[in-house]
Write a protein that binds this ligand. Sequence first.
Ligand SMILES: NC(=O)c1ccc[n+]([C@@H]2O[C@H](COP(=O)([O-])OP(=O)(O)OC[C@H]3O[C@@H](n4cnc5c(N)ncnc54)[C@H](OP(=O)(O)O)[C@@H]3O)[C@@H](O)[C@H]2O)c1
Length: 275
Amino acid sequence: MKKHDFRDKNVLITGAAGGIGREISAQFAKRGARLLLAGLPSEKEALTELAAQLVKDYGVEARLFTVDLSSKNGPEKLHESVKKAVRDIYALVNNAGTVAYGKVWELPWESQEKTVLVNLMVPLRLMHLFVPDMVKKGEGVVFNTASVQAFQPTPFHSVYCATKAGLQMLSEGIRAELRGTGVSVCTLNPPYTKTAMIKTKGFPKEIRFYKISGIKDPAWIAKKALGAFEKDKFMYIPGLWAKFIHLVLIRFSPRRVVDLVTYHLLKGTKKGGVY
Ligand SMILES: NC(=O)c1ccc[n+]([C@@H]2O[C@H](COP(=O)([O-])OP(=O)(O)OC[C@H]3O[C@@H](n4cnc5c(N)ncnc54)[C@H](OP(=O)(O)O)[C@@H]3O)[C@@H](O)[C@H]2O)c1
């Protein structure tokens, strides 16, 4: 049963210019939501083009917000601009994210600090800024794009998985705190998906795990995600195989086995250039 009807509701999506965020924005547009699309200043052109396309295809309203969420007061600036443009939002989609691939002690400190900031601190701050109005109104929802990597160690992107595990627990905790307010928090937990993220500088072209998990299409992820969002599913992993690997196999395997297997499967292969 559908719990959320997004028609004519203000929906703010971060990281909307590309990948999963772009496809999620299209799915919200299809449902008649009023789009508030946020991206980096460098993504203004991509955002403008996306907004024009969605307005043309679905006759929706779309507003653009460009801000580097990792900059000083980035989330506060976004909150202020959104509040100036619309009175309140119904849904906040914390989707912007970043990754750095490599061994923790070898990666530049800045890249790891930025991963923690963008993937964990920014969603926390945005929830802190937007949820009070939702509670006052007695309705609203936050969708946090975590990852299946919230449920397993991921050597060579350990900080990334730590942020996603943190975001998962944060979402679950806040959701419980929101009991009885009419506001909820849900997570989307995609497996590897074909977006710019897995082409980030330093990310191997090939890792063995892709052969087991496959690499999903962002449009497929977004379509499945919106079905889950509408039903207010607490946590949603697209795909049965991904559910089995991450919720059953990895969870109940001895940790020594998990160590060995994740090391082997997540290391770049020779073919990929990083090994
Ligand atoms: N792709 C996967 O395999 C995968 C799997 C599970 C979960 N996820 C999650 O899905 C979400 C979307 O990622 P994606 O795969 O669609 O990759 P993506 O195409 O790189 O999208 C991430 C978006 O966030 C933006 N972003 C990064 N830092 C930002 C900042 N400081 N301020 C504002 N925006 C910023 C990125 O801009 P730039 O591109 O300019 O950095 C990009 O537009 C992320 O939270 C990611 O962790 C991805």
